[in-house]
Design a protein around this ligand. Structure first.
Ligand code: 5RP
Length: 266
Protein backbone atom coordinates (compact mmCIF):
# COMPACT_ATOMS: atom_id res chain seq x y z
CA UNK A 1 0.00 0.00 0.00
CA UNK A 2 1.19 3.48 -0.90
CA UNK A 3 2.68 5.71 1.84
CA UNK A 4 -0.04 8.34 1.46
CA UNK A 5 -2.78 5.76 1.79
CA UNK A 6 -1.17 4.24 4.90
CA UNK A 7 -0.64 7.68 6.39
CA UNK A 8 -4.27 8.67 5.86
CA UNK A 9 -5.56 5.41 7.33
CA UNK A 10 -3.31 5.78 10.38
CA UNK A 11 -4.71 9.26 11.00
CA UNK A 12 -8.15 7.62 11.34
CA UNK A 13 -7.40 4.17 12.80
CA UNK A 14 -4.98 5.06 15.57
CA UNK A 15 -1.85 2.87 15.45
CA UNK A 16 -1.60 2.79 19.27
CA UNK A 17 -4.88 0.91 19.70
CA UNK A 18 -5.62 -0.16 16.13
CA UNK A 19 -9.04 1.37 16.69
CA UNK A 20 -11.07 4.44 15.86
CA UNK A 21 -13.94 6.59 17.05
CA UNK A 22 -15.45 8.01 13.88
CA UNK A 23 -18.09 10.67 14.48
CA UNK A 24 -20.81 10.40 11.82
CA UNK A 25 -22.69 13.62 11.14
CA UNK A 26 -23.49 13.00 7.47
CA UNK A 27 -27.22 12.42 8.04
CA UNK A 28 -28.31 15.67 6.36
CA UNK A 29 -27.51 14.30 2.91
CA UNK A 30 -30.71 12.23 3.00
CA UNK A 31 -32.50 13.31 6.21
CA UNK A 32 -32.13 17.09 6.08
CA UNK A 33 -31.85 18.90 9.43
CA UNK A 34 -31.63 15.79 11.62
CA UNK A 35 -32.44 16.23 15.33
CA UNK A 36 -29.30 17.44 17.05
CA UNK A 37 -27.62 18.65 13.86
CA UNK A 38 -29.87 21.62 13.04
CA UNK A 39 -26.89 23.89 13.68
CA UNK A 40 -24.25 21.32 13.00
CA UNK A 41 -21.25 23.32 14.21
CA UNK A 42 -22.78 23.96 17.63
CA UNK A 43 -23.17 20.22 18.16
CA UNK A 44 -19.91 19.12 16.58
CA UNK A 45 -17.35 21.68 17.78
CA UNK A 46 -17.28 20.45 21.42
CA UNK A 47 -17.09 16.81 20.22
CA UNK A 48 -14.09 17.27 17.92
CA UNK A 49 -11.38 16.79 20.59
CA UNK A 50 -12.74 13.28 21.21
CA UNK A 51 -13.28 12.11 17.61
CA UNK A 52 -10.63 10.44 15.44
CA UNK A 53 -12.36 11.51 12.24
CA UNK A 54 -15.47 13.42 11.24
CA UNK A 55 -17.72 11.80 8.63
CA UNK A 56 -19.85 14.33 6.77
CA UNK A 57 -20.81 15.80 3.41
CA UNK A 58 -18.88 18.46 1.50
CA UNK A 59 -21.64 20.99 2.16
CA UNK A 60 -21.59 20.43 5.90
CA UNK A 61 -17.80 20.62 5.88
CA UNK A 62 -17.72 23.93 3.98
CA UNK A 63 -20.64 25.57 5.78
CA UNK A 64 -20.12 24.40 9.34
CA UNK A 65 -16.53 23.36 10.03
CA UNK A 66 -13.63 25.74 10.62
CA UNK A 67 -10.86 24.92 8.09
CA UNK A 68 -8.30 25.54 10.85
CA UNK A 69 -9.50 22.53 12.80
CA UNK A 70 -7.16 19.57 13.21
CA UNK A 71 -9.29 16.52 12.41
CA UNK A 72 -9.13 14.02 9.54
CA UNK A 73 -12.21 14.15 7.33
CA UNK A 74 -14.15 11.18 5.97
CA UNK A 75 -16.19 12.59 3.12
CA UNK A 76 -19.51 11.12 2.03
CA UNK A 77 -19.37 10.74 -1.75
CA UNK A 78 -22.70 8.95 -2.33
CA UNK A 79 -26.23 10.28 -2.26
CA UNK A 80 -29.09 11.18 -4.55
CA UNK A 81 -32.19 9.95 -2.73
CA UNK A 82 -33.98 11.23 0.36
CA UNK A 83 -35.73 9.63 3.29
CA UNK A 84 -39.00 10.63 1.55
CA UNK A 85 -38.25 8.43 -1.46
CA UNK A 86 -39.17 4.74 -1.66
CA UNK A 87 -35.86 4.14 -3.43
CA UNK A 88 -33.94 5.28 -0.38
CA UNK A 89 -30.21 4.66 -0.79
CA UNK A 90 -30.26 4.07 -4.54
CA UNK A 91 -27.24 6.30 -4.43
CA UNK A 92 -24.86 7.61 -7.03
CA UNK A 93 -21.81 9.84 -6.88
CA UNK A 94 -22.56 13.31 -5.54
CA UNK A 95 -19.04 14.71 -5.24
CA UNK A 96 -16.03 14.62 -7.55
CA UNK A 97 -12.68 13.28 -6.39
CA UNK A 98 -11.14 16.64 -7.35
CA UNK A 99 -13.39 18.37 -4.84
CA UNK A 100 -12.53 15.76 -2.22
CA UNK A 101 -8.84 16.50 -2.83
CA UNK A 102 -9.51 20.26 -2.61
CA UNK A 103 -11.10 19.57 0.77
CA UNK A 104 -7.98 17.66 1.88
CA UNK A 105 -9.98 14.62 3.00
CA UNK A 106 -8.42 11.54 4.58
CA UNK A 107 -11.05 9.03 3.43
CA UNK A 108 -14.04 8.85 1.07
CA UNK A 109 -17.27 6.94 1.83
CA UNK A 110 -19.95 5.36 -0.34
CA UNK A 111 -23.10 3.30 0.47
CA UNK A 112 -23.84 0.09 -1.42
CA UNK A 113 -27.05 -1.93 -1.46
CA UNK A 114 -26.05 -5.59 -1.20
CA UNK A 115 -29.00 -7.90 -1.80
CA UNK A 116 -31.42 -5.10 -2.60
CA UNK A 117 -32.83 -3.51 -5.71
CA UNK A 118 -30.16 -1.37 -7.42
CA UNK A 119 -27.38 -3.47 -5.89
CA UNK A 120 -25.45 -3.45 -9.18
CA UNK A 121 -25.71 0.31 -9.76
CA UNK A 122 -24.43 1.16 -6.32
CA UNK A 123 -21.62 -1.41 -6.41
CA UNK A 124 -20.33 -0.34 -9.83
CA UNK A 125 -20.40 3.31 -8.79
CA UNK A 126 -18.60 2.45 -5.55
CA UNK A 127 -15.80 0.70 -7.44
CA UNK A 128 -15.36 3.75 -9.69
CA UNK A 129 -14.91 5.84 -6.55
CA UNK A 130 -12.32 3.37 -5.23
CA UNK A 131 -10.28 3.65 -8.45
CA UNK A 132 -10.46 7.45 -8.44
CA UNK A 133 -9.55 7.63 -4.76
CA UNK A 134 -6.55 5.31 -5.22
CA UNK A 135 -5.17 7.66 -7.86
CA UNK A 136 -4.76 10.19 -5.05
CA UNK A 137 -3.77 7.79 -2.25
CA UNK A 138 -7.13 8.28 -0.53
CA UNK A 139 -8.64 5.27 1.27
CA UNK A 140 -12.27 4.24 0.71
CA UNK A 141 -14.89 3.32 3.27
CA UNK A 142 -17.90 1.30 2.17
CA UNK A 143 -21.17 1.61 4.06
CA UNK A 144 -23.17 -1.57 3.79
CA UNK A 145 -26.26 -3.29 5.17
CA UNK A 146 -28.27 -0.10 5.38
CA UNK A 147 -31.87 -0.16 4.29
CA UNK A 148 -35.34 -1.24 5.20
CA UNK A 149 -36.45 -4.88 4.91
CA UNK A 150 -32.94 -6.34 5.11
CA UNK A 151 -32.44 -9.42 7.31
CA UNK A 152 -29.50 -8.27 9.35
CA UNK A 153 -27.76 -11.41 10.58
CA UNK A 154 -24.10 -12.42 10.75
CA UNK A 155 -24.30 -14.41 7.53
CA UNK A 156 -25.64 -11.46 5.56
CA UNK A 157 -23.29 -8.97 7.23
CA UNK A 158 -20.31 -11.23 6.49
CA UNK A 159 -21.35 -11.47 2.85
CA UNK A 160 -21.88 -7.72 2.44
CA UNK A 161 -18.70 -6.78 4.34
CA UNK A 162 -16.49 -9.26 2.47
CA UNK A 163 -17.91 -8.05 -0.83
CA UNK A 164 -17.14 -4.46 0.12
CA UNK A 165 -13.54 -5.35 0.92
CA UNK A 166 -13.03 -7.49 -2.19
CA UNK A 167 -14.44 -4.70 -4.32
CA UNK A 168 -11.84 -2.31 -2.96
CA UNK A 169 -12.88 -0.85 0.40
CA UNK A 170 -10.11 -0.13 2.91
CA UNK A 171 -12.61 0.17 5.78
CA UNK A 172 -16.08 -1.41 6.07
CA UNK A 173 -18.90 0.26 7.99
CA UNK A 174 -21.78 -2.01 8.89
CA UNK A 175 -24.18 -2.85 11.73
CA UNK A 176 -23.52 -4.92 14.83
CA UNK A 177 -25.33 -8.27 14.97
CA UNK A 178 -25.03 -11.41 17.12
CA UNK A 179 -22.13 -13.51 15.89
CA UNK A 180 -20.25 -10.41 14.74
CA UNK A 181 -16.91 -12.19 15.14
CA UNK A 182 -17.81 -14.12 11.96
CA UNK A 183 -18.20 -10.82 10.10
CA UNK A 184 -14.83 -9.53 11.30
CA UNK A 185 -12.94 -12.82 10.84
CA UNK A 186 -13.94 -13.13 7.20
CA UNK A 187 -13.32 -9.49 6.29
CA UNK A 188 -9.70 -8.64 5.38
CA UNK A 189 -10.02 -4.92 6.23
CA UNK A 190 -11.00 -3.12 9.46
CA UNK A 191 -14.72 -3.17 10.26
CA UNK A 192 -16.45 -0.38 12.17
CA UNK A 193 -20.05 -0.34 13.33
CA UNK A 194 -22.70 2.30 12.75
CA UNK A 195 -24.72 3.23 15.80
CA UNK A 196 -28.15 3.21 14.18
CA UNK A 197 -31.21 4.82 15.75
CA UNK A 198 -30.87 6.35 19.21
CA UNK A 199 -31.04 3.78 22.01
CA UNK A 200 -30.37 4.23 25.75
CA UNK A 201 -26.75 5.25 26.44
CA UNK A 202 -25.91 2.08 28.35
CA UNK A 203 -27.19 -0.09 25.48
CA UNK A 204 -25.15 1.89 22.94
CA UNK A 205 -22.04 1.42 25.08
CA UNK A 206 -22.82 -2.29 25.35
CA UNK A 207 -23.08 -2.50 21.55
CA UNK A 208 -19.72 -0.75 21.14
CA UNK A 209 -18.17 -3.05 23.77
CA UNK A 210 -19.57 -6.18 22.06
CA UNK A 211 -18.37 -5.01 18.65
CA UNK A 212 -14.77 -4.37 19.73
CA UNK A 213 -14.74 -7.62 21.73
CA UNK A 214 -15.63 -9.37 18.47
CA UNK A 215 -12.69 -7.67 16.73
CA UNK A 216 -14.27 -4.53 15.29
CA UNK A 217 -11.84 -1.63 14.78
CA UNK A 218 -14.28 0.72 16.48
CA UNK A 219 -17.38 2.72 15.71
CA UNK A 220 -18.63 5.19 13.14
CA UNK A 221 -21.37 6.48 15.42
CA UNK A 222 -23.75 9.35 14.95
CA UNK A 223 -27.17 9.56 16.60
CA UNK A 224 -26.19 7.60 19.69
CA UNK A 225 -23.64 10.31 20.36
CA UNK A 226 -25.21 13.55 19.14
CA UNK A 227 -28.76 12.67 20.29
CA UNK A 228 -27.51 11.53 23.70
CA UNK A 229 -28.54 13.35 26.88
CA UNK A 230 -24.94 14.60 26.95
CA UNK A 231 -23.08 14.22 23.65
CA UNK A 232 -19.73 15.35 25.10
CA UNK A 233 -19.98 12.82 27.92
CA UNK A 234 -21.18 10.08 25.58
CA UNK A 235 -18.38 10.42 23.05
CA UNK A 236 -15.82 10.18 25.86
CA UNK A 237 -17.55 7.07 27.23
CA UNK A 238 -17.55 5.49 23.76
CA UNK A 239 -13.88 6.43 23.44
CA UNK A 240 -13.05 4.69 26.72
CA UNK A 241 -14.58 1.46 25.37
CA UNK A 242 -12.91 1.69 21.97
CA UNK A 243 -9.43 2.88 22.90
CA UNK A 244 -9.04 1.92 26.58
CA UNK A 245 -11.00 -1.35 26.62
CA UNK A 246 -13.30 -0.03 29.37
CA UNK A 247 -16.08 -2.34 30.47
CA UNK A 248 -19.68 -1.25 29.97
CA UNK A 249 -19.99 -0.47 33.70
CA UNK A 250 -16.82 1.63 33.65
CA UNK A 251 -17.90 3.47 30.51
CA UNK A 252 -21.41 4.09 31.80
CA UNK A 253 -20.04 5.39 35.12
CA UNK A 254 -17.78 7.70 33.15
CA UNK A 255 -20.78 8.88 31.12
CA UNK A 256 -22.77 9.59 34.30
CA UNK A 257 -19.84 11.41 35.96
CA UNK A 258 -19.08 13.54 32.92
CA UNK A 259 -22.76 14.20 32.27
CA UNK A 260 -22.97 15.77 35.70
CA UNK A 261 -20.04 18.05 34.92
CA UNK A 262 -20.72 18.98 31.31
CA UNK A 263 -23.06 21.92 30.64
CA UNK A 264 -26.06 20.83 28.51
CA UNK A 265 -25.49 21.58 24.81
CA UNK A 266 -27.76 24.01 22.98
C1 5RP B 1 -26.06 5.39 6.96
C2 5RP B 1 -25.01 6.30 7.40
C3 5RP B 1 -25.48 7.49 8.18
O1 5RP B 1 -25.64 8.65 7.51
C4 5RP B 1 -24.75 7.69 9.43
O2 5RP B 1 -23.38 7.80 9.22
C5 5RP B 1 -25.10 6.63 10.40
O3 5RP B 1 -24.75 6.94 11.69
P1 5RP B 1 -25.67 6.46 12.89
O4 5RP B 1 -26.48 5.29 12.41
O5 5RP B 1 -24.68 6.05 13.96
O6 5RP B 1 -26.52 7.63 13.29
O7 5RP B 1 -23.85 6.06 7.14
O8 5RP B 1 -26.18 5.50 5.59
Amino acid sequence: MDWGMKNRISRIIKPASGRTVMLAVDHGYFMGPTTGLEQLNKMVDPLLPYADTLMLTRGALRYYIDPGVDIPITLRMSGGTSILNKQLLHEGTVCSMEDAVRLNVSCVAFSILVGAEYERDTILEFTKMVDNARNYGIPSLVVTAVGRDMVRDARYMALASRMGAELGADIVKTYYVDGFEKVVESCPVPVVIAGGKKIPERDALQMARDAVSCGAAGVDMGRNIFQSGSPVAMIQAVRSVVHDNASVDEAYDLYQDLKGNVPAQA
